[in-house]
Design a protein around this ligand. Structure first.
Ligand code: AMP
Length: 598
């Protein structure tokens, strides 16, 4: 007997047709994500209801989008599939994704309907024939009432981000919309969390649904590590700036509890020279669209948002989520942290807390079933080191602009008496001294017993080192620890507090090894490159365990766009010192009305 091996890619193995495989290849998807692997074969094979618990960023749009495209008849112009999504942003994103997925599915039309745009234009689009409609509940209900859509023949209804829709008060709209759909349709419900309201919808409108879970119920993404920083409430804003400065490539969403705090923090950041903007419900739709456009284009590095306004933000490559304040409802934390760590990338979710809020961290840990790592707000010294090497790396990577060539003879003349080393020092002094001056007297913001520690850190008898190797040399914290233990010939636990950044790292050893370590690295080469080691003035003391952060600065690729870039307190520029207290939010405002949270 002859065996014939037919090569199938992993998407073909799920049972998808050639048209979708072609689109998948064009989009560069290589492997199905977990939710796709679990949901697609079931949805393709049978007509069934499904409840899928999956975070945003896990590939869930394709998990329902591929089967939906396969199932609708593109030769008929009748609307056969309806997708309800909580926000206009998400509605447009789903529509875009579906259009990409169905690029080679001839005759298939997907139309988005959402508030804030002409209802008549949308009605016209539907009239032209739309087998799939993606809608926000409010506008859908409106169009049903005006008889502008007919969903009485749909075979499939997808409730995307069901928990968000219910959170936003769309229960009535959803039930009204579903009452216009056929009894025997299939309902596919996707939700990141499973609060009681979602179970109620599932029980009331679904028949014997298949349940699939990606990760654990209510838990955050595996790709996100969680950190918290304990500071005095008055130092919250200063702490935020330090976290941004210690991560020069940060591309982040900063969550505040109220519209007022959101606006204030954004204004302060802008005034202090950061590329920041606010996103909240007091902005017009037009203003919000502009902010989102700039954020997507990376012109904004720090988007300060309320929870409600940030719903549906579906931007990949967000490196950090910063909880300027913890949310009132702890479940909301899952949504916040789910904005990072998307599409297989790593992300960090940071929480700035005061001592009195510390117990909330334990509650969040229980809900997300993940541990937080307690970290320290970086010292001015540490930030200067980070920024200095970031600048050096930027220079090393920069493409030469030949516009300058014609000026070179005169520039050479001015600089002819300096050696290369002197020139580098001078260059860095010009670029860096303002930053250094800003941070040189910066106080320690970490609290011990409720007080800032000031500059008098307690010594634990260890020395912290800076070393010029990092992720780009193939190290993560474990590999670097192994490398150091081997190179320094030290015992198992002699190297601690290893913190690996993109192109450099920090670690601690017992101070007694200091001279020996400096001697070993005096003339040390790694694959032909000189490895430098220096003593850092910061102790890098980290109190408490938890998961180690996996990736400090994933993503990036937008260097130089942040106005300050950590170095340039231009114009009015930065305030003299970051110890001036919190101008954003204090605990006093905690019990603000709900209406201030959009
Ligand atoms: P979603 O969870 O559907 O919002 O997807 C998040 C992002 O991941 C989107 O930009 C998708 O285009 C992308 N994506 C979805 N499935 C895959 C896959 N199998 N491989 C790579 N990227 C994917």
């Amino acid at each position: 007997m002859r065996l014939i091996f037919i090569y199938m890619n992993k998407f073909e193995a799920l049972g998808l047709s050639e048209a979708i495989i072609k689109a998948v290849n064009e989009m560069g998807f290589e492997t199905p994500s977990e939710v796709q692997e679990k949901a697609i074969p079931i949805l393709l094979e049978k007509e069934t209801d499904i409840v899928a618990l999956a975070q945003t960023g896990t590939g869930k749009t394709a998990a329902f989008g591929f089967p939906l495209i396969e199932k609708v008849d593109s030769e008929s112009r009748i609307t056969q599939g309806l997708i309800l999504s909580p926000t206009r942003e998400l509605c447009l994103q789903i529509t875009n994704e579906l259009k990409n997925y169905s690029k080679f599915s001839k005759g298939l039309r997907t139309v988005a309907i959402y508030g804030g745009a002409s209802i008549h234009d949308q009605a016209k689009e539907i009239k032209r024939g739309a087998q799939i409609i993606v809608a926000t509940p409010g506008r859908m209900q409106d169009m049903i009432n005006r008889k502008m859509v007919d969903i009485s023949n749909i075979g499939y209804c997808v409730l995307d981000e069901a928990d968000e829709m219910l959170n936003m008060g769309f229960y009535e709209d959803i039930t009204a919309i579903l009452s216009h759909t056929p009894e025997d349709k299939s309902t596919w419900l996707f939700s990141a969390t499973m609060p009681r309201e979602v179970s109620t919808i599932a029980k009331r409108f679904m028949h014997d649904p298949v349940e699939i879970t990606v990760g654990h119920k209510n838990t955050g993404s595996e790709n996100v590590s969680h950190e918290y920083y304990v500071v005095n409430s008055r130092d919250r804003y200063a702490a935020l700036k330090r976290l941004a400065d210690a991560n020069p490539d940060i591309f982040s969403v900063i969550f505040c509890r109220t519209k007022r705090d959101t606006q204030k923090v954004a204004e302060n950041l802008i005034e202090d020279g950061y590329n920041a903007a606010a996103l909240h419900g007091d902005l017009s739709q037009n203003q919000r669209d502009l902010v989102m456009k700039s954020f997507r284009n990376r012109q904004i590095q720090m988007l300060v948002a309320t929870d409600v306004a940030a719903r549906g933000i579906d931007v990949n490559d967000i490196t950090h989520v910063i909880n300027y304040q913890l949310p009132d409802e702890i479940e909301t934390y899952t949504h916040r942290s789910g904005r990072t760590g998307r599409a297989g990338k790593n992300g960090v979710s940071m929480v700035i807390v005061s001592k009195s809020e510390l117990r909330k961290i334990k509650t969040v840990e229980r809900i997300i079933k993940q541990k937080f790592e307690e970290k320290e707000i970086p010292s001015g010294e540490e930030i200067c080191q980070v920024q200095l090497f970031h600048l050096a790396n930027d220079i090393a990577k920069a493409e030469i602009d030949h516009e300058i060539d014609s000026y070179l003879p005169s520039i050479n003349e001015v600089l002819k008496d300096f050696s290369k080393e002197e020139l580098i020092k001078k260059f860095f002094s010009v670029e860096f001294s303002r930053f250094h001056n800003y941070y040189k007297k910066a106080k320690d913001l970490n609290t011990v017993g409720g007080e800032s520690r000031g500059d008098s850190r307690g010594s634990d008898g260890s020395t912290r080192y800076f070393i010029n190797v990092g992720e780009k040399d193939g190290f993560d914290w474990m590999r670097l620890k192994d490398f150091l233990k081997e190179t320094l010939d030290l015992g198992r636990d002699a190297v601690s507090r290893v913190d690996v950044k993109e192109s450099f790292s920090f670690f601690n050893t017992d101070s007694e090894h200091q001279d020996n370590i400096l001697a070993i690295f005096e003339d040390f080469k790694l694959e032909g490159r000189k490895v430098n080691i220096e003593i850092s003035k910061d102790s890098g003391r980290s109190r408490g365990g938890g998961r180690r952060r996996r990736d400090n600065n994933s993503g990036g690729g937008f260097k130089g766009k942040r106005r300050s870039d950590g170095f340039k307190p231009r114009g009015k520029g930065r305030r003299d010192n970051d110890s001036g207290g919190d101008r954003g939010g204090s605990g006093r405002r905690d019990r603000r009305k709900r209406s201030d949270r959009r």
